[in-house]
Design a binder for this molecule. Sequence first.
Ligand SMILES: Cc1cc2nc3c(=O)[nH]c(=O)nc-3n(C[C@H](O)[C@H](O)[C@H](O)COP(=O)(O)OP(=O)(O)OC[C@H]3O[C@@H](n4cnc5c(N)ncnc54)[C@H](O)[C@@H]3O)c2cc1C
Length: 86
Amino acid sequence: MKIVIIGAGFAGLRFLYDIKKHFGNEMEIVIIDERKTSLEKPSLVEVALAGRPVSHTQIPIKDIARSQNVEFINSMHIRLNQKVIL
Ligand SMILES: Cc1cc2nc3c(=O)[nH]c(=O)nc-3n(C[C@H](O)[C@H](O)[C@H](O)COP(=O)(O)OP(=O)(O)OC[C@H]3O[C@@H](n4cnc5c(N)ncnc54)[C@H](O)[C@@H]3O)c2cc1C
């Protein structure tokens, strides 16, 4: 089975980590994001109040994909083909 995750933000990455925890490398996973980095929004507070660099909040998605052994496509997703094959 192949799983495609659109968006490497909070929800997408949470889903990725959970599914890897449950299925390991059983599933082929592709993650798509229009950005090259995932913005860790809660860490923005440290930028505003603790003088941390903005880069502290931006995690390269290719590094996450490599560490999780999944494919990363850096692209904007426009629409879904709703045809589902079970
Ligand atoms: C300062 C701050 C602190 C926060 N603290 C918390 C907290 O402690 N706990 C908590 O639960 N929430 C917290 N939040 C809220 C939390 O960050 C958001 O609710 C969360 O980021 C939403 O997750 P998401 O995956 O839906 O969207 P996002 O994290 O915004 O991710 C969406 C991703 O999808 C990509 N994308 C969008 N459209 C497309 C497209 N068409 N094609 C390809 N890619 C696309 C974007 O590039 C982005 O990477 C905080 C927010 C802020 C600002």
